[in-house]
Ligand binder design. Structure first.
Ligand code: IMP
Length: 445
């Protein structure tokens, strides 16, 4: 069967911990979109692994696949694999030949475009990894794919076509000097070597066939979404989005496994018990209106470690946003949710949730389609009885009933509003600190 893991909010919901927990029952863990803009922290026996490209399942000795919907920076890929090997792991990572390659000029252009946008107040606050420019080239049919790296002749042909265009954009549009990132010979040399290593380590696959064969053999597949619903290129708060589809539909287009297969499986939305956002864009429930709210945001930020895994930037903090979660549940068709960081809200004097929005005198239970209208929404807050600080390691050991009653009432509310059961509750950063109610791999109808 398949289990798809999707971020319900703005990324950073703690998906890695659940992928790692349930990944134990998967034979293959496949990422279906994004690239090294993702930041997965996996804690295993107190050792922390920060990964941005390699699927977190690799920490548990699973086959990790980067699907055709991913964009792959080979420098990051090899550096993460080498680091894991140095730490005694032996990650088995396969890369779709149809996946697109993030080239050095994509990263350069990401930075240049963000700076240009700043002049018009249009900054997205990207991770600077070249994600957007790579997807642009994919859609513009001038991208370089992993499979092209295996054939020097094709690689040269592609580079000779595209690199002069990038140089022209940098020099003539932005009036800057192009550097090594636009040197065809240097690129050819580096990326032929990448192709040789990929081949030598037998890393490239026809992703759809590879996964379908395993599925046909009765193996369990996990699709690991990166980022989150609200930064989905179609369903997110455009233009403050990433350039791929983190929502569940992406699991199909981004791997070559049919939507009926994905849809027959479980789709689990990962929800953080509050909200955080890296980068620009509206956030109606943001805690920033006065000193008291800012202090509260600081407490949550520190306690929850809300600093970007990839960029180190402090994350903006807000109350849970229910219209956002209803939207996420519908777009991806969640069959269950996992709620993370319930412990972070413990011991606060107040706990609130944005239950609905007020817009033009009307109550909205879900989100407007345009970001400008979303920015005009005023949240109608609902207050919850706070729950106390407890020994969360004990709670993790004892199970759901050990969660303080008010915390459970908060979870019941989420279940009711999103219309799906809670499968797991994260009460601390370690994998052992997750209360599991349902293992989706064992929920096979
Ligand atoms: P990009 O994906 O680097 O192009 O960035 C586009 C937007 O998505 C920016 O607002 C980033 O902060 C955000 N973003 C990208 N990846 C992540 C992630 O893994 N977690 C949270 N936000 C992300």
């Amino acid at each position: 069967m398949t289990v798809t893991i999707v971020g319900s909010q703005l990324g950073d919901e703690g998906k890695g911990a659940l992928v790692d927990l349930w990944g134990g029952d998967a034979d293959v863990v496949a990422r279906y979109q994004g690239g090294d803009n993702a930041g997965h922290t996996v804690v295993e026996d107190g050792t922390e692994y920060k990964l941005s490209l390699v699927p977190s399942g690799a920490v548990r000795g699973k086959i990790g696949v980067l699907g055709n919907g991913c964009v792959v920076n080979p420098r990051t890929l090899f550096s993460e694999i080498d680091t894991l090997r140095e730490r005694g792991l032996d990650p088995d990572v396969r890369v779709a030949r149809r996946a697109h390659v993030i080239m050095p000029y994509h990263r350069r252009l990401d930075g240049i475009e963000e700076e240009a946008k700043a002049d018009s107040d249009m900054t997205v606050g990207t991770t600077g990894r070249g994600i957007g420019p790579t997807y642009e080239d994919k859609v513009g049919r001038r991208g370089i794919r992993v499979g092209d790296l295996l054939d020097p002749e094709v690689l040269r042909q592609r580079l000779e076509y595209v690199v002069p265009q990038k140089r022209a954009v940098i020099e003539n549009v932005y009036d800057l000097e192009a550097g090594e990132e636009c040197d065809v010979e240097a690129l050819f040399e580096e990326f032929v070597e990448v192709g040789e290593r990929l081949r030598a380590e037998n890393m490239t696959v026809r992703c759809g066939d590879f996964l379908a064969e395993r599925h046909d053999d009765g193996e369990n597949l996990m699709f690991e979404g990166a980022q989150g619903t609200l930064i989905d290129i179609d369903h997110g708060s455009y233009p403050y989005v990433t350039s791929s589809n983190p929502t569940a539909g992406g699991a199909s287009t981004g791997t070559g496994v049919g939507p009926t297969v994905v849809g027959r499986g479980e789709v689990v939305g990962i929800v953080k018990a509050y909200l955080s956002r890296v980068g620009e864009g509206p956030m109606p429930t943001e805690l920033k209106d006065d000193d008291r709210e800012e202090e509260l945001a600081d407490v949550i930020r520190e306690k929850g470690g809300e600093f970007g895994t990839v960029t180190g930037r402090p994350r903006r903090i807000g109350w849970l946003d229910m219209p956002m979660l209803r939207h996420a549940a519908r777009v991806s068709g969640f069959t269950g949710i996992a709620v993370n960081h319930l412990d972070v809200l413990a011991g606060l004097d107040e706990v609130k949730v944005g239950h609905s929005y007020q817009l033009d005198g009307e109550e909205l239970l879900t989100m407007p389609a345009t970001t400008e209208r979303w920015a005009e929404c005023e949240p109608t807050l609902r207050e919850f009885e706070p729950w106390p600080e407890v020994d969360w390691a004990d709670v993790a050991a004892e199970g759901y009933e050990a969660i303080p009653e008010n915390g459970r009432a908060y979870l019941d509310y989420l279940t009711e509003e999103m219309g799906v059961p809670v499968y797991a509750v994260g009460v601390g950063p370690d994998r052992a600190e997750t209360v599991e109610l349902v293992n989706p791999f064992e929920n096979d109808g």
